[in-house]
Design a protein around this ligand. Structure first.
Ligand SMILES: C[S@@+](CC[C@H](N)C(=O)[O-])C[C@H]1O[C@@H](n2cnc3c(N)ncnc32)[C@H](O)[C@@H]1O
Length: 352
């Protein structure tokens, strides 16, 4: 099993030989997917669905494979879930898992490369949530990839009910992450609002330098079987990492950010001599945030334990180099820990 997981890992994340291939139809690889990647995708879906502004009842899971995103949606409170994939075998497995768990799951065969409109699949229905887990990067290889992916996401977003969300999860690899960010930019330019993770409404600042990309991380305690298989396959899993994007239906605006200087932490802690730094990305863009050890105080101590994905309000920081330097008098407040929704900005009666 570890050898099959290792083959999947190599084929999907390193040489990419399996991206877009029919690995779900091979018994050993489907088995490896179920035992290792399924729980990982499930945890990624739980850790991002938890950020949605409201509970999703009706869900469409596109490129579902054996359904980890679909089951995460069910466990997060959905009552009606349809899983769609081109692999009949993966869909049969999803149905069997649903029957075992007493959670009925509808399935549909779906292959976007065949050019049939997505609306046919939806049969006139609208969904609170459409998920696309690790499938977008497997579609439309070639120079037109970004444009075709953006068109597919636009089509998927058209199936959303008002207030709904399109959740795209992709591997946390530089190339797949940057490809998702380019698609994000195309859709933002077409008027889509991002619900998460972005607080910045312009073109993604992580695309400026070739070496940057954007990913999320949620610490997990992997199920024992996943930990064992991961160890045998040489893959560590004490955290799940992914790039993700949550879009609102077209025409719904961006949520008003909380007041103050607000940033999402988009790096791990970056300690250097006597100083701790993170990259933050917020309404004013992507900036370095730093605090010298000698300036740690009660008001800013929280800075020392921030996690990638936390949304924070920083007050009393000064511009320094390419970012902001916090001082002894600065304050740091976590508005939303990683994986939780950013609280909506309540406007005061005076409009501030
Ligand atoms: C890496 S798996 C992801 C499965 C699941 N969504 C998850 O998050 O773990 C990618 C899925 O995309 C599907 N897929 C790849 N190319 C496809 C295509 N052209 N049409 C439909 N599904 C496709 C595969 O069958 C596979 O189930």
């Amino acid at each position: 099993m570890a050898a099959a997981v290792e083959r999947l890992s190599r084929g999907l994340t390193r040489d990419r030989e399996l991206a877009g291939a029919r690995y779900m139809d091979e018994e050993r690889l489907l088995g490896a997917y179920l035992l290792f990647y399924w729980p990982v995708s499930y945890l990624q879906a739980r850790g991002t669905i938890s950020e949605l502004p409201r509970r999703a009842r009706s869900v469409l899971d596109l490129g579902s494979g054996p359904g980890p995103m679909a089951f995460a949606a069910l466990d997060a409170g959905a009552s009606e879930v349809i899983a769609a994939d081109r692999s009949a075998r993966a869909l049969a497995t999803a149905r069997a898992l649903g029957a075992d768990a007493g959670e009925p799951l509808g399935t549909r065969e779906w292959n976007p490369s065949r050019g049939r409109p997505l609306s046919e699949l939806a049969e006139g229905r609208r969904f609170d949530l459409v998920t696309m887990g690790h499938v977008v990067n497997e579609l439309f290889p070639g120079p037109e990839g970004d444009v075709r992916r953006a068109a597919l996401l636009e089509e998927a977003a058209a199936l959303l009910a008002p207030g709904g969300s399109l959740l795209v999860v992709e591997p946390a690899l530089r190339d797949t992450s940057r490809a998702l960010l380019r698609v994000r930019d195309l859709l933002v330019a077409r008027g889509f609002a991002v619900r998460a993770p972005c607080l910045f409404r312009g073109a993604c600042p992580a695309l400026v330098r070739e070496t940057d990309w954007c990913h999320a991380e949620r610490s997990i305690e992997p199920p024992q079987l996943v930990a064992q298989i991961g160890k045998a396959a040489g893959l560590r899993k004490e955290a799940v990492k992914m790039s993700y994007l949550v879009l609102a239906p077209k025409g719904e605006g961006w949520a008003e950010p909380p007041p103050g200087r607000v940033f999402r932490i988009v790096s791990e802690p970056l300690p250097s001599k006597g100083r701790l730094r993170y990259m933050g990305c917020g309404p004013e863009g992507r900036l370095g945030l730093s605090l010298q050890e000698k300036h740690v105080s009660d008001g800013n101590r929280r800075f020392e334990s921030l996690l990638r994905g936390d949304v924070v309000e920083v007050a009393g920081a000064e511009p320094r180099g390419d970012g902001l330097a916090l001082g002894e008098g600065s304050t740091v407040r976590v508005l939303a820990p990683a994986g939780r929704p950013v609280p909506p900005h309540e406007r005061s009666p005076h409009g501030t």
